[in-house]
Design a protein around this ligand. Sequence first.
Ligand code: UDP
Length: 252
Amino acid sequence: MCFFKKVKNSGGYKMGKAYKRVLLKLSGEAIAGEKGFGIDPKVVNKLTNQIAKAKKQDVEIAIVVGGGNIWRGKTGEALGMERATADSMGMLATVMNSLALQDSLEQKGVDTRVLTSVEMKAMAEPYIRRRAIRHLEKGRVVIFAAGIGNPFFSTDTTAALRAKEIDADVILMGKNAVDGVYSADPKLVKSAKKFDDLTHMEIINRGLAVMDSTAISFCMDNNLPIIVFSIDEEDNIIRVINGEKMGTSIKK
Ligand code: UDP
């Protein structure tokens, strides 16, 4: 039974009641150290502290983490590799990141399951939609690894597809070093304007680099709301899960 309803109060939503089920998308960079490469357990620890705290508020949490901190298919292609093979390596990178998150969450007593789109049963469960939903209902954090299991796609598309499949209320896109969607790169263009609200169509028409076009089109066609927010500030994940207005909200 669903006990969670969107309940607006003056500042946004009442604590802990904003969403029943969320999909948190983290880029691989979110768990890299200062060099922007690899996995830094201290950074992972900071992130999972927030996720563990958020979990206490009875919201169901699924996570998709990228792999760009280890490998991107496009990088391999640029170096002369076949794209499909390079993308397979990228998908494997997401498995490493997912296992790092799982390890850290479980050390904090948060039951977590990694579900992979490409079978590797010795390390994680295969992705089965109904099983993912069952885990969420039982209060486990579910991490979707290995992308959608196909080359030429991204983990943004994975986040969109899985969010729809599990009927998540929203995709929460946690970003490093930026706190929402801007009209231009705020690091390069001082006059860049931050948007509070956008539609999916505006993102596409303005060519804003929020997610790749496959992912944003999927979200538009399937009426999936997205919130783009910064994970740099401590507790932002908890605040956004609580429905506090922050970053940029994208909906129809
Ligand atoms: N990837 C893929 N299919 C998918 C998801 C990911 O082939 O469904 C590969 C692709 O090579 C991508 C890499 O995995 O570059 C890492 O994912 P992504 O670039 O989305 O990670 P992020 O930028 O979020 O860290």
